[in-house]
Write a protein that binds this ligand. Sequence first.
Ligand code: SF4
Length: 447
Amino acid sequence: MALSGLEIYKLLPKTNCKECGQPTCLAFAMKLAAKQADLSACPYVSEQSKAALAAASAPPIRLVTIGTGDKKLEVGNETVLFRHDKTFFHKPGLFVRLTDKMPMAEFEAAVAKVKDYSIERVGITMRVDGIAIENASGDAATFAGFAAAAVAKTDQPFVLMAATPAAMAAALEKAGTAIPLIYAATAENWKEMADLAAKYKAPLAVRADSLQALAELAEQVKGAGVEDIVLDPGMRDLHGSLVALTQLRRLALKSNFRPLGYPIITFPGEGADSVQDETVRAAQHIAKYAGVIVLDHFEPAIAYPLLTLRQNIYTDPQKPIQVSPGVYEINAPKPESPLLVTTNFSLTYFSVAGEVEGSGKPAWLLIVDSEGMSVLTSWAAGKFDAEKIARSVKQFDVASKIARQKIVIPGLVAGLSGELEEELPGWEIRVGPREAIDIPAYLKAWS
Ligand code: SF4
């Protein structure tokens, strides 16, 4: 948790020598608190104070990286309990558990299936983040072989899951440079697992059955030189995991309790009695407050809703996803093709554009800057009115693209047609469907 100016001041020499460029130590402290100065500007601050200030400026939940390259996953570094307080920053990684008891061909096909799956929503490509490989065989050499196969088949990050340090060591020898997440250090094996994590500079998950034991284990692992830690509080049922994950987030953010200031890993399939149950648990973990989620099942019907939920929760509530205002051409429109208008809220744009595209009918789509709001919301907020639509028609020189001055407004704002006639003299204002799903029928009847 950040220190206040007065708290920083207590750690400074208080000689007011001005060498830092500030008239007093207090002024320098205020600059530091506002992040407008660097501590190195004071040559007299003690090593002890430096250490205290560095510790205080560390994020309450450590940022942990799994994997390397473009597809590496960063989790943690969250600053709020509730999304609406600010935003959630680092979306939880979704991993699919595979085991080293699978036939190798089946394993490789599953790795490829996870890697190749992607879906586009509101212009953003969403993916599952990687796989987790479990040492279900109990054999170190077999586990190492599967780790090597994963490295050969995918550039996505992955999790290595083994109970014994010997199996983990064998797998890391094949895959350590890919910086996998090591799962897991326990009260029995933490020393060996911590040594492996330190050797390969890989993040290490710690697992215990109480928060007290988890905090102690995390401190032991940290003392052994591992900074990047992921927590498994051991709870698997819906209620227990919600309580544990909420307590962990609160302890990290509200109490600044450093031993538990790390991202959390969950296993929604463990204890679930169906795929649907697992999906519901995963949805809860996305909302509160997982950093890594290991699924036992992977199908598009499971992945799509979870990715959509994740996308919705991890967008900034102050900044709706938007598309650029302008005139969009759909299905190669000609001058006589209809002109539709809507707002620049991404969901609105992609709903309308998708229906026009799916209809097979060519059309022009004028997108008005509504500050990312949907049709009714922006109309109510005065961001999508006749004046603004008319201004966009002129700004994007729409008249030069179409043969007939006709414009179709959304049915939800039919009341704008009179005002728009005044703003666009000589134009015919038509009222389109209220819902995007009715656009294809509307376009087919267009004349
Ligand atoms: Fe105080 Fe250090 Fe600045 Fe001198 S250089 S005024 S001791 S903060």
